[in-house]
Design a protein around this ligand. Structure first.
Ligand SMILES: Nc1ncnc2c1ncn2[C@@H]1O[C@H](COP(=O)(O)OP(=O)(O)OP(=O)(O)O)[C@@H](O)[C@H]1O
Ligand SMILES: [Mg+2]
Length: 283
C-alpha cells in the first residue's frame, strides 16, 4: 500500500516557545485508512494537523525540522495555498469556516479559487452534495443550519477541492450528540464507500473505537501509542497516567480481567456488541 501521508523525524517549536510541540514524530497513513489521533490537552494534536497542510510553518512561523510527505512528495517547501488543495482541513468551529450566502456557493468557492473550470465545479458540487447527503440544503444559507449540517457543508467544501487526504481537528467538539453522530456517520461513509483517507482528532473515543482502523495516542508532543484500536485501548495504564478515558466497555473488561482473572490474552472489547459476545462467553 502507498503512504498518503508520512512524517519522518519531525520536530517543531512554536516561535518564542522553549519546549517543542512535536518531538521526533514518525508515522505513516496509507491510502484509504481512517486514523484517529487522541491525547490530553496540549499533546500536540492540532500542531500535527497544522503541519500536514503547511499552516506550520508558513503561517505560524517557528522551527520545523524533519520531513513531511504527501503522496510521496516532500511538502516542506510548499506554500499553504497549494497544500490546501491536497490536504483538506476541517476545524471544530463550523461557522468560522463558512463565508458564502448559500450552501452551493460555499461548496463551489474553494474549487473556484483553484481555477477549476465551471462545468467541472458543477459536477463536483453534485457529487459532494450527494456524498454528504445535503442535496436539500443546496440553496439554504450556511449560517442558518444546525451545527451538524454546517460541519457537513464544511467537509463538502473541502472535498470539492479533491484533496488527497481529509484532516479533521475535533470536528464534533461544538456539536450536540445528534450533530456528532451525523458528522461521524458522514466521515465514516466517505472513508468506507469512497476510500477517502481520513485523519481525525477526536475526543469521542467510543466512536473512534468503532470506526478507526488505527489510533495514534499523543502525549506531551510525542507519539506514545500507534496501532489498531483493540491494541491501543489495551494499554490502559498509559491512558490512566495521562488522565484519559478508554471506552466504557473496554474498562469493564479490564476490571473483570484484573478482579476475576478470566480474560486471558484476548483483546478487550471496544463496542457494546463485541462486549456482549465476549462477556457471554465468560464462565
Ligand atoms: N499558536 C501557538 N503558539 C505557541 N504555542 C502554541 C500554539 N498553539 C499551541 N501551542 C503549544 O503547543 C503545544 C501543543 O499544542 P496543541 O494545540 O497542538 O495541542 P492539542 O493536543 O491540540 O491540545 P487540545 O486538546 O487542547 O486541542 C502546547 O504546549 C501548546 O501550548
Ligand atoms: Mg487541539
Amino acid at each position: 500500500m502507498a503512504a498518503v501521508l508520512e512524517f519522518k523525524n519531525v520536530n517543531y517549536t512554536y516561535p518564542d516557545r522553549k519546549e517543542a510541540a512535536l518531538k521526533n514524530i514518525n508515522f505513516t497513513v496509507e491510502k484509504g485508512e481512517f486514523v484517529g489521533i487522541i491525547g490530553p490537552n496540549n499533546a500536540g494534536k492540532s500542531t500535527i494537523c497544522r503541519t500536514t497542510n503547511g499552516l506550520i510553518p508558513n503561517s505560524f512561523g517557528g522551527e520545523l525540522k524533519g520531513s513531511i510527505f504527501v503522496n510521496g512528495e516532500n511538502i516542506n517547501d510548499k506554500k499553504t495555498a497549494l497544500l490546501a488543495q491536497r490536504v483538506g482541513m476541517v476545524f471544530s468551529d463550523p461557522e468560522a469556516q463558512l463565508s458564502q450566502m448559500s450552501v452551493w456557493e460555499e461548496i463551489s468557492f474553494g474549487a473556484a479559487n483553484l481555477c477549476v473550470p465551471k462545468q467541472e465545479i458543477f459536477s463536483r458540487l453534485e457529487n459532494v452534495l450527494k456524498l454528504l447527503k445535503i442535496e436539500k440544503l443546496r440553496d439554504r444559507s450556511p449560517f442558518e443550519l444546525s451545527g451538524g449540517e454546517q460541519q457537513r457543508v464544511a467537509i463538502a467544501s473541502v472535498l470539492a477541492m479533491q484533496p488527497e487526504i481529509l484532516v479533521l481537528d475535533e470536528p464534533t467538539s461544538n456539536l450536540d450528540p445528534q450533530g456528532t453522530e451525523e458528522v461521524f456517520a458522514a466521515v465514516k461513509d466517505l472513508n468506507k464507500k469512497s476510500n477517502i483517507t481520513v485523519v481525525i482528532v477526536e475526543h469521542e473515543i467510543e466512536l473512534l473505537a468503532e470506526y478507526a482502523d488505527r489510533i495514534i495516542f499523543m502525549n506531551n508532543g510525542e507519539i506514545v501509542l500507534n496501532g489498531p484500536p483493540s491494541e491501543v485501548f489495551h494499554s490502559i495504564d498509559i491512558f490512566d497516567q495521562a488522565g484519559m478515558n478508554i471506552p466504557q466497555v473496554t474498562e469493564t473488561a479490564y476490571i473483570l480481567d484484573k478482579t476475576y482473572k478470566k480474560w486471558g490474552n484476548a483483546p478487550y472489547p471496544m463496542t457494546v456488541d463485541e462486549a456482549y459476545e465476549k462477556f457471554s462467553a465468560i464462565k
